[in-house]
Design a protein around this ligand. Structure first.
Ligand code: ADP
Ligand code: MG
Length: 322
């Protein structure tokens, strides 16, 4: 953490119209009371304010961290509200893919802003996220630097823990819903610079927590689509040491885009999961009861390659940082 920034006159002069606030005021006013009402139910004994948070647990802990960088994961000029919300959901999506139940989240924020306007909007995003998923912000860090939001999500095991490495040959591959809404939403936001029916899929994506918990006891493996359907299916293939045979006509995607775009774009946060044939009937029944969609898109095979309509696909087209 940084105690030097807020005394730095240069940063205050750069934004003369906005009143600068100190680090401890920011934490107190904007980061201390996010979702604290959910802490009791989630057995969070100590949240923001001490050197670390304390959570009481009887089941396995499931933890994941994701960092969102300005210019990479969210565009310059996006409202802090949406930057914050998106960063939290992208982190939480990993808990959905594990079939787990969220308990709390931690936030490490790096920014050059230290004014009420920025932090009021940022807080709105955190509060909306906290209310949507019923978890509190239990701690974090605040430093001055390049705008970057790192979120750690903490969850517990719900039923079975869904891993990437447990798919067997013959299991059926499912996708939770249509691909491409995230990409189309981002394109729309870049054009109109505001939230509407289309851009909301990008600005306020959803983590499929209840969906993940529902499939957990029936599925053999799962992954969330963060970097592109084919790339993420490639991770399942590698971890489970199986291949996949897909039929393009069964893959749901946004018809304003091409199938190729939708197979390779990130930001959708749909779940890909595999199910042993013997579990399909009971899963289908449970999904119907919960009004959850699921689309059968292929089968897992012994050859460790991904075939789309009989042709080997390149899985190297999704987003990669290095
Ligand atoms: P320390 O010096 O012990 O690391 P800090 O001064 O960084 O503590 O933080 C004080 C308290 O504020 C801690 O409880 C910490 O978890 C919390 N905190 C700091 N930054 C954030 C943040 N971005 N979001 C939520 N809580 C934060
Ligand atoms: Mg300390």
């Amino acid at each position: 953490m940084c105690r030097r920034w807020y005394g730095c006159q240069r940063s205050i002069r750069k934004i003369p119209k906005l009143k600068a606030i100190s680090e401890f005021k920011i934490i107190e006013k904007y980061l201390s009371n996010i979702g604290t009402s959910f802490n009791k139910k989630n057995k969070v004994l100590i949240g923001v304010g001490d050197d670390a948070s304390v959570i009481s647990l009887s089941k396995n802990l499931i933890v994941s961290t994701d960092t969102s960088l300005e210019g990479v994961h969210f565009p310059k000029g996006i409202k802090p509200e949406y930057a914050a919300y998106r960063a939290c959901v992208t982190a939480l999506s990993d808990l959905a893919a594990m079939g787990s139940h969220p308990l709390a989240f931690q936030l490490s924020l790096s920014t050059r802003e230290n004014n009420h306007k920025f932090f009021s909007s940022f807080k709105k995003g955190l509060n909306d996220f906290s209310n949507d998923y019923k978890i509190g912000l239990t701690g974090g860090d605040l430093v001055r630097g390049q705008y970057q939001i790192s979120v750690t999500v903490i969850g517990k095991q719900h039923s079975k823990i869904l891993l990437r490495n447990n798919c067997s040959v013959g299991d059926i591959v499912f996708l939770s819903d249509q691909l491409g809404n995230g990409l189309l939403g981002m394109q729309n936001f870049k054009k109109f610079r505001r939230k509407n029916n289309v851009s909301s899929a990008y600005l306020k994506p959803k983590a499929l927590i209840n969906y993940g918990k529902t499939i957990a006891e029936f599925a053999s493996s799962a992954i969330d689509v963060s970097d592109g359907f084919l790339q993420d299916l490639g991770h399942l293939s590698k971890a489970s040491k199986v291949g996949f045979e897909l039929s393009s006509s069964s893959i749901p995607y946004n018809s304003n885009l091409s199938l190729k775009q939708c197979l390779n774009c990130g930001d959708d946060y749909q779940l890909i999961f595999t199910v042993p044939k013997k579990n399909i009937q009971s899963l289908t029944k449970k999904m119907k009861k919960n009004k959850f969609k699921m689309f059968e898109v292929g089968t897992s095979i012994q050859t460790k390659k991904i075939f789309l309509d009989g042709k080997i696909t390149s899985i190297n087209m999704g987003y990669k940082h290095f």
